[in-house]
Design a protein around this ligand. Structure first.
Ligand code: IPE
Ligand code: IPE
Ligand code: MG
Length: 240
């Protein structure tokens, strides 16, 4: 049903080369649950379902790259029960990837400081990435991701490689998103007007779109609204 709706939309709105990479700060799961008198974990389950639906939709309208902020380097501060639920959802998602990757168009990539995860889970992430690397739609899933951590990581790699005259391109090449262009558009749901350590290096000239819609309520129509707002802007990159 959801997939059919996405297909129908494809006839209506197709993006062009100006908008290839969209990124989402998927915020508002906890508040969505609390508004319903439910524990925050309930919001994360619904948020995961929204993520899959929005991913399909973005692919169907012709986007080439999508990055989602699923868990930040700061989110470990949350109550253990909530962290455990998010990690269980991640585990389940990884298992689903193994099933879906057979006929999906998606190159699944997990980005962030993955060293923190158990070796077995890391091996699965790596296997999914390698086995879907030829697919046309790149989906970066940011877990234990922090923009500052990423820049430090890039600097450490450059030092390790003995690079002396570091350039912007060198740093870009050592970010976790090195294999795709910088995001054209970052969408944050949940009503807060901040970037919370997301894609700091990559978003130097990214357009931002903020919406009060809580992530579990986010839909294809909301993607359309963000895309329309993007096309109504003029990107000047410091020029006139
Ligand atoms: C985003 O929703 C999901 C994660 C950060 C893992 P939140 O859990 O931050 O939801 P709110 O912002 O508290 O409503
Ligand atoms: C940003 O949301 C992180 C993710 C969506 C994964 P947060 O809920 O962690 O951000 P803050 O704490 O409101 O800045
Ligand atoms: Mg939040």
């Amino acid at each position: 049903m959801l997939f059919k709706r996405a297909k129908k939309k494809q006839e209506k709105q197709v993006v062009d080369e100006r908008l290839q990479h969209i990124a989402f700060i998927m915020d508002g799961n906890g508040r969505w649950a609390q508004k319903r008198g439910m524990p925050r974990e309930f919001g994360h389950s619904h948020g995961a379902a929204t993520f899959k639906k929005v991913g399909r939709y973005c692919e169907s309208i012709g986007l080439k790259y999508m990055t989602v902020y699923a868990f930040s380097t700061e989110n470990w501060k949350r109550p253990q029960k909530e962290v455990d639920t998010i990690m269980r959802i991640l585990d389940e998602y990884i298992e689903e990837c193994f099933i879906e990757m057979v006929d999906d168009n998606v190159h699944f990539r997990f980005i962030g400081n993955l060293d923190i995860f158990p070796a077995e889970l890391r091996a699965k992430m790596d296997k999914i990435d390698r086995e879907t690397a030829h697919k046309p739609f790149l989906l970066n899933i940011a877990v234990n991701y922090g923009g500052r951590e990423e820049i430090v990581h890039a600097c450490r790699e450059l030092i390790r490689e003995g690079v002396q005259d570091v350039t912007e391109d060198d740093i870009s090449a050592h970010t976790y998103t090195a294999c795709c262009p910088d995001p054209d558009l970052v969408v944050r749901t949940g009503g807060d007007l901040r970037i919370s350590n997301f894609l700091l290096w990559q978003s130097a000239y990214t357009e931002y779109y903020f919406t009060d819609v809580l992530w579990p309520d986010f839909s294809g129509e909301d993607v359309d609204a963000a895309v329309a707002a993007f096309y109504a802007r003029k990107r000047r990159y410091g020029g006139v």
